[in-house]
Write a protein that binds this ligand. Structure first.
Ligand code: FES
Length: 574
């Protein structure tokens, strides 16, 4: 049987038989204006499009979907565009993370129920990347990831603006009384000037780079700015490539091996990537039947330096990164740390994809002997306050705070924080450690990006720009500061964070990986025994499903039932 035998196509079950059901399928394609020549004996390629009027980062996706279709037609496939839920980082509340698993579930079931032989996963805005990959990995049909590409750099009064990062920076200046309303309004006009995802090394830039290193994207594609003509041509190239992948039955779990995840963690650390990548990588690996631990991230972080000089850890933005050679150039610098035999959707190994890659600006992509920081991007802390771990991005923090002891000031939830944090009578100083409880997967719910807790305005006016901040929340990849995140177990299920009280002394020592509440074990146990769970917010629908099934941050915040075995059950067609 030839590899290109149409009877081997999954879609042939829908279209080939001479029976009443298949007659129905074919006649309904004709109802849409397609002729037999359009679809007969061709791989059906689903273009899973996360376009939405509410997703600012994907505004070019209608055009790009047409360009993907062009490539599919060119290569002898039959393209069908299918909208799936769009996770807009900016607009979804309480947080797009709350819906990551819902999109993953939708993607998996969409791929399962339709006559698809392969899919193009169109994403970029933060959680769309892991969600699409998680769903496709569970469905395990041939897939290629089409990255949205970063938006162009922002500009204000001649200065480059970076997504998120410069908003936080200038908001602090505004709160300190250093920026007038006109200046603030001009920033609003200049910080997001084109389609595409955030152009700092936030979650989107980190996760798309990771998708490429995992082998799911065309080589170099994730660094191309969204509005470049190269990006449109890359869309057509994705369309052409997925047709071959569908014929050759290259499935995600062929690519998503332990070596591929090792490469992803190495790249994350060299990029100084978003802390969110840890949670997403654990969840994505889980869908491929691979268990990643926080220790693996910490171990690799100790062997690598951050060499991408991109905000928030560095100075530049993604447009500069692309011009400096992009992700392939960065990977060429850390080749010795990578498993170069890992396969990719290009049909070549990662090592082969890197042949000829070159750095064109070594201030943007630094050599290993001139890094942005001497250690990798994310460290893992443990101690009696985080028995299951917590993370910090030291490169984004004031160095003096990386070994610090101070009194806690505790907020029981975000509403409490918002109400009291700027109240001068609380008398906070830069030495205090701000603690937020009930902001984790169940507590918030959805483990939102609240972890860059606000610094009191009166301290901003005194010139304070960083403080130690602790929570079971996440923080945006575009954020910065001495923020200890993902504390597990979370406070809403009785983790030790729930036992912290005002005035308790907390020790954070990043080099020694310590996060300790300085009270006796006995006192800690007494407090936890007295603890009562906060009332549950959702008693029906998705909220109930989420609260019942969500795992903690070190397990990837995936739904428990999504890890129950790796069977791919094909639908019956009667
Ligand atoms: Fe979409 Fe930042 S808002 S990536």
């Amino acid at each position: 049987m030839s590899e290109r035998d149409p009877s081997t196509l999954r879609s042939s079950r829908w279209f080939a038989p001479d029976d009443q059901r298949s007659f129905g399928h074919r006649s309904r394609l004709k109802q849409m204006g397609f002729d037999t020549e359009d679809f007969k004996a061709k791989p059906v390629i689903g273009i899973l499009n996360t376009w939405s009027d509410m997703n600012n980062c994907h505004t070019h996706f209608r055009d790009r979907a047409e360009e993907v279709k062009r490539g599919v037609w060119q290569q002898g496939g039959f393209p069908v565009e299918i909208p799936v839920m769009s996770l807009s980082e900016s607009f979804m509340k309480p947080t797009s993370m709350y819906y990551r698993n819902l999109l993953a579930l939708e993607v998996e079931e969409t791929m399962r129920c339709y006559p698809l032989d392969g899919v193009v996963l169109m994403g970029g805005c933060d959680k769309t990347v892991p969600a699409l990959i998680m769903g496709a990995t569970s469905a395990n049909l041939p897939s290629i990831f089409f990255p949205a590409g970063p938006m162009l750099k922002g500009c204000w009064r001649g200065e480059t603006l970076g997504s998120g990062t410069d908003m936080w920076k200038y908001w602090a200046e505004r709160q300190a009384g250093n920026l007038c309303e006109d200046g603030w309004n001009e920033l609003e006009d200049g910080i997001a000037r084109s389609p595409g995802h955030c152009m700092t090394m936030g979650t989107a830039s980190t996760m798309t780079a990771i998708a490429e290193v995992l082998g799911l994207c065309l080589p170099g594609s994730t660094s191309i700015p969204a509005v470049h003509s190269t990006h449109a041509r890359m869309a057509s190239a994705c369309g052409r490539r997925i047709v071959d992948l569908a014929w050759d039955k290259v499935i995600p779990r062929d690519l998503l091996t332990e070596d591929a995840f090792h490469n992803a963690i190495v790249t994350d650390m060299a990029l100084g990537g978003s802390t969110n990548a840890i949670i997403h990588l654990i969840a994505m690996a889980g869908r491929a039947g691979i268990k990643l631990t926080l220790e693996q991230f910490d171990e690799i972080s100790q062997q690598l330096s951050v060499i991408a000089n991109i905000r928030p850890c560095g100075e530049y933005v993604m447009e500069d990164f692309y011009d400096a050679g992009g992700i392939l150039a960065l990977l060429s610098q850390i080749k010795s740390q990578l498993k170069l035999d890992a396969l990719t959707v290009s049909g070549k190994t990662l090592g082969e994809n890197l042949e000829g890659a070159e750095v064109f600006n070594d201030d943007v992509i630094r050599p290993l002997d001139k890094p942005v920081s001497n250690a990798g991007g994310t460290f893992v802390l443990r101690g009696n306050l985080a028995p299951d771990g917590a993370v910090i991005k030291p490169t984004a923090a004031e160095p003096k705070l990386l070994a610090h002891e101070g009194p806690a000031v505790v907020f029981k939830d975000y509403a409490d924080l918002k109400e009291r944090i700027h109240d001068e009578s609380m008398g906070l100083t830069a030495v205090h450690i701000i603690v937020l409880q009930n902001a984790g997967p169940i507590g918030a719910p959805g483990i939102p990006e609240w972890g860059m807790l606000p610094i009191p305005n009166y301290l901003l006016k005194q010139g304070v720009r960083d403080m130690l901040r602790l929570s079971d929340a996440r923080m945006s990849g575009t954020s910065y500061g001495a923020c200890v995140l993902h504390i597990a177990p979370e406070s809403a299920i009785g983790g030790p964070l729930a036992a912290v009280r005002d005035g308790d002394i907390i020790e954070v020592n990043v080099e020694k990986r310590i996060l300790e509440l300085k009270i006796s074990d006995e006192e800690l146990q007494t407090r936890l025994a007295e603890w009562t769970a906060p009332p549950r917010r959702h008693r029906r629908g998705y909220g109930q499903l989420y609260a019942d099934e969500i795992t903690q941050a070190p397990e990837g915040c995936d739904f428990r039932f999504m890890h129950a075995g790796d069977d791919v059950v094909e639908p019956d067609i009667f």
